[in-house]
Design a protein around this ligand. Structure first.
Ligand SMILES: *Cc1c(COP(=O)(O)O)cnc(C)c1O
Length: 421
């Protein structure tokens, strides 16, 4: 039996309509920026496996550290116990995060990091005896698939069956030059009601919405309004975190710092699942009390798993090296150069870039909206490049260690796709 036949027997894949989905592709190994399939065919991982493996697949530095950790301490309960990997990680990460961040809370994935942030914000007000139960979120945002995260997400086509169970969310348009005044007015109106607990947003880049970007000055204005009205600000940096926008965190492009930050995806360099929700001292202190119930009674069995902490610590060390930092500059400059060829291309409607994130919307008439992305995906895979277009948007978010040669191959495959479609 082939991998695909065996796969079909018992496996249920995420985000998949199995009745119409084509066969899955079996990947047998990965190294650096290359994925290898069952026939040893190579694919350049142009999306770093959903922005996780940013230091390259099976990175030796991370592998060695994880290997040593596995022989030292695998797992221990994180309630009432602690360990060096978590402590070292906290020291390294607090040093890297925007300066107002003081405390780290662990969970397992991006969605749970957002749920933790929402619960923190709601209980913050609850502990202070304030009735604030609404959350403001941006239209078309994506924050994950658990109930809290799903509620604040705006891509509702998949969330239909669950909508009536959502928490109370007010959605506002993503600010742009045309709508900014009305968005601002609406934001002020909501914030002034005194019923809003938090504002949850993806800073500057909305990943799942097809790498949509918006201006930091608009966001800064909204954050300022939030702050002066007691609304807790939650930056979902699950996608943007750890160097992708050119700074360690996208929030560094802003003057107003968030109260809470969500991190996952490349936190462990793709080695193991783990997520962190960080917060300021002010948030943390609202949970300190002689009353037990004012504590934050949320916890996952695998909280701060030592192996995951070690992977995260090694990843953060790599991120701060001269080598990775200069790679970030090199890739950003390379995209910029590519963009000079793309932005006026007759089949390209719009291009955008922030740091190493590059996206282009195609201006191609499609018979059916949903079809083009699959055709493009197949075209790219055929040519040995793994890119997953979103709607009519092609984006590149490759590992920091991608070579110029590999980058040029991605560019030329995109250019030949533009010729073909
Ligand atoms: C991917 C993503 C999430 C969800 O993370 P999971 O690990 O898939 O649960 C949340 N927020 C943003 C911005 C993301 O890109």
């Amino acid at each position: 039996m082939t991998f695909q036949e065996r796969d079909k027997k018992h496996l249920w894949h995420p985000l998949t309509q199995h009745k119409i989905h084509p066969d899955t592709i079996a990947i047998t190994k990965a190294k650096g920026c290359i994925l290898y399939d069952e026939n040893e065919k190579e694919y350049i991982d142009g999306i770093a496996s959903w922005y996780t493996c940013m230091y390259g697949h099976c990175n030796d530095y991370i592998v060695n550290r994880v290997h040593k950790q596995m022989q030292q301490l695998d797992h221990v309960v994180f309630t009432g116990f602690t360990h060096e990997p978590a402590i070292k990680l906290s020291e390294a990460l607090i040093n890297l995060l925007p300066r107002n961040q003081e405390k780290l809370f662990f969970s397992d994935n991006g969605s749970t990091s957002v749920d933790v942030a929402i619960k923190m914000a709601l209980q913050y007000h609850f502990n202070k005896g304030e009735k604030r139960r609404k959350i403001i979120a941006l239209e078309n945002g994506f924050h994950g698939d658990t109930f809290g995260a799903m509620s604040v997400s705006g891509l509702s086509i998949y969330n239909g069956p669950f909508e009536e169970f959502f928490i109370d969310v007010e959605r506002i348009e993503v600010p742009n030059v045309k709508n900014f005044e009305s968005v601002k007015r609406r934001f002020i109106e909501l914030a002034k009601t005194g019923t809003v607990a938090a504002f949850v947003y993806e800073p500057l880049v909305q990943g799942a919405a097809a790498m949509k970007m918006y201006d930091s000055s608009y966001l800064d204005t909204l954050l300022n309004i939030a702050r002066s009205n007691g609304v807790i600000t939650v930056a979902d940096e699950v996608m943007t975190g750890f160097g992708k926008t050119g700074t360690y965190f996208a929030s560094e492009h802003l003057t107003n710092l968030p109260d809470i930050i969500c991190m996952a995806k490349s936190l462990t360099g793709g080695m193991t699942p783990m997520a962190i929700t960080s917060c300021s001292q002010v948030i943390y202190e609202a949970f300190l009390s002689d009353e037990l119930a004012k504590g934050f009674f949320h916890g996952h069995t695998y909280s701060a798993n030592p192996i995951a902490c070690q992977a995260a610590l090694a990843s953060i060390e790599l991120l701060q090296t001269e080598e990775i930092q200069s790679n970030i500059k090199r890739i950003s400059a390379s995209h910029k150069e590519f963009d000079t060829r793309m932005k006026n291309h007759p089949k390209v409607a719009e291009t955008r870039q922030l740091g190493i994130i590059y996206a282009m919307d195609l201006d191609i008439k499609m018979e059916r909206y949903g079809d083009l992305r699959f055709k493009l995906f197949n075209f790219f895979m055929e040519k040995g490049v793994c890119l997953r277009p979103l709607g009519n948007t092609i984006y590149i978010l490759a590992p920091f260690v991608i070579t110029d040669k590999q980058l040029n191959k991605i560019y030329s495959v995109i250019e030949s796709a533009l010729e073909t479609f």
